[in-house]
Design a binder for this molecule. Structure first.
Ligand code: FAD
Ligand code: DLZ
Ligand code: SF4
Length: 509
């Protein structure tokens, strides 16, 4: 009897555990485009298009290897529009006797999958996702007994465990972390290198037409679709990054430039998260160029830390904290998400820039996600559920296992310090130092009150003031609280009044 091997949209790796023992003689691979996955949040059009096109290309590759692939398109009239429904149809049509899957990346689906064996009436084997470099059990073991979790210690263990950038048992260069060298403001006129844009084949063209028709009310447009949709195309982007871009990755990691959405970032997150690139391969490629002397250590170590450290760490936090994690709201934030997050219509040049990149590319680089849109949402006390839903919908690399800890934990401090040791709160002064947005803004980052004052400034002080009870004891904020307490009470009052005004008019600033 045959077996069904399920491959989800973000599992497009030939080495996937669910395919490990797939046999062209007896296996049927099932892949399905379904409305339940395409609409549980209102994903950006480019995100759905990227994933559907990559899924269709992956199915063709499997067929090329001799597999029978049952691929259900979204517009198939028989499509039940749910994964369980498609499994049930595939079982009935094929007479297969069992299902093999790889664990998925979101709690809601994982709960559903646990019930499949009972509801489908056949054995359903769910295998570990070994594309990750730390299993959930290993992460659980690592965090056991630790009162405070710190990415840095996890990262050092991962460096040792996978023997990355090591000399004997020591880190190459003598230090584990070169972050202090990676905070350069942008040089005048800084521009990122020109990126590869992939030609659209018939598969992509037909996906784009379908998305345009069926998801017209979702964010974005498909006009300039440039994503890689095969492993080979993703590989060519990685190659360009390693050769031409990585050497300056460290220097400009935290820089922001108006009209330069990509700068020196790798743009590989969507590909790694969907399975077109494997994290261990990316890490080894980056490590090799340091050993060959082709890129400086601050760049290579900084890049590797994001993938071997942060990426694995946030996944461990997600799976060991869920399901309660999604409901945390440490700072009791409750305002609705301002309209500008959907339209980019605001006089704040930095917000318009970061949100404009998001609408155009389903991408915005890390520091814009964290210090512009994330920071603003935290300072303005926006309901974390609304903020997290936005981040999950608008980025082409977003799945809850990675989006939620980054948004709720890192950007909003909504988890009260599980992810980060202090809120990443910053005023306009930080954005002015790290970007060229302020020069073109109607607001002035040096002013705190008055009609021309940068909204980040009053909101920053008001945020600290509003949350004194929860934050003032944090030693990493003590200098800021001391400055606030020393401030003239008249000035404090003016700031509070200005912040109240701003908070009452978030849809028109
Ligand atoms: P680069 O800057 O070139 O970094 C290299 C790689 O490191 C990335 O491709 C990614 O795989 C990994 N990486 C870097 N930072 C992180 C991080 N904090 N967590 C996990 N992996 C990381 N990343 C996602 O993949 N999906 C998300 O939904 C997502 N949501 C985020 C939400 C917020 C509020 C914040 C602050 C960050 C979020 N990130 C998310 C992390 C990070 O911003 C993106 O991984 C990065 O911007 C992707 O662009 P890049 O490939 O050019 O990354
Ligand atoms: C994100 C996504 C979308 C938009 N559509 C599909 C789909 O139609 N079929 C599918 O198998 N997967 C899709 N995905 C990816 C899943 O949502 C993802 O596998 C889960 O969220 C778990 O990470
Ligand atoms: Fe952003 Fe304030 Fe600078 Fe304007 S002045 S770009 S709102 S930080």
């Amino acid at each position: 009897p045959s077996r069904i091997h399920l491959v989800l949209g973000d599992q497009l790796s030939h080495s996937l555990s669910a395919l490990a023992d797939a046999d062209p003689e007896t296996s049927i691979v099932l892949m399905a485009e379904v409305m339940s996955e395409a609409t549980y949040v209102k994903h950006h059009k480019k995100k759905i298009a990227f994933l559907f096109s990559a899924m269709r290309h992956f199915a063709e590759e499997l067929r090329g290897k001799g597999f029978e692939v049952r691929y259900v398109t979204l517009d198939d009239p028989e499509n039940s529009q749910s994964l369980k429904g498609e499994l049930a149809r595939a079982l009935a049509a094929s007479g297969a006797s069992s299902v093999i899957a790889t664990e998925c990346g979101e709690w809601r689906l994982s709960e559903d999958m646990r019930g499949w064996e009972t509801s489908l009436g056949v054995p359903v084997e769910i295998r570990e996702d070994d594309r990750f470099l730390c299993s959930i059990e290993d992460f659980r073991e690592w965090r056991k007994g630790r009162k405070q979790l710190r990415m840095e210690y996890f990262y050092r263990d991962m460096r040792r465990r996978h023997r990355v950038l090591l000399e004997g048992e020591d880190p190459v260069g003598g230090k584990w972390n070169y972050d202090a060298e990676n905070r350069k403001p942008p040089a005048e006129g800084l521009k990122g290198p020109k990126r590869i844009s992939h030609a659209k084949d018939v598969i992509t063209t037909s996906v784009l037409a379908m998305i345009d028709e069926r998801f017209s009310d979702h964010m974005g447009s498909l006009d300039s679709f440039h994503f890689a949709v095969t492993a080979a195309q993703a590989e060519s982007e990685l190659q360009q990054f390693i050769d031409e871009i990585l050497p300056a990755f460290g220097d400009y990691q935290d820089a922001m430039v108006k009209g330069e959405p990509f700068l020196y970032h790798s743009l590989i997150s969507s590909y790694v998260n969907a399975g077109l690139l494997l994290p261990i391969d990316v890490i080894r490629r980056a490590e090799a160029v340091w050993f060959e002397g082709l890129a400086p250590l601050n760049a290579v170590e900084g890049f590797i830390r994001q993938i071997l450290g942060w990426r694995e760490y946030v996944r461990g936090i997600y799976w060991t904290e869920m399901p309660d994690y999604a409901g945390l709201n440490h700072l009791s934030a409750s305002r609705p998400l301002p309209q500008m997050y959907w339209t980019a219509k605001t006089d704040m040049a930095c917000m318009a820039g970061a949100i404009g990149d998001t609408i155009e590319h389903a991408y915005s680089h890390h520091i814009q996600r964290l210090m512009v849109t994330g920071n603003f949402a935290m300072l303005a006390g926006i309901d974390p559920t609304e903020v997290c839903e936005w981040y999950l919908a608008v980025y082409s690399d977003a799945y809850e296992w990675v989006e939620l800890p980054n948004t709720l934990g890192m950007a909003l401090y909504g988890d009260g310090g599980i992810m980060a040791s202090k809120p990443y709160a910053a005023s306009g002064k930080y954005i002015d130092r790290m970007s060229n947005f302020c020069g073109a803004c109607r607001y002035d980052p040096k002013l705190t009150t008055g009609p021309k004052a940068c909204p980040f400034n009053a909101l920053y002080w008001d945020f600290l003031d509003r949350n004194t009870e929860k934050l003032a004891r944090n030693p990493r904020l003590s200098n800021m609280y001391a400055t606030w307490r020393r401030m003239d009470p008249f000035k404090q009052d003016a700031i509070r009044r200005h912040a109240t005004e701003l908070l009452g008019s978030l849809n028109s600033i």
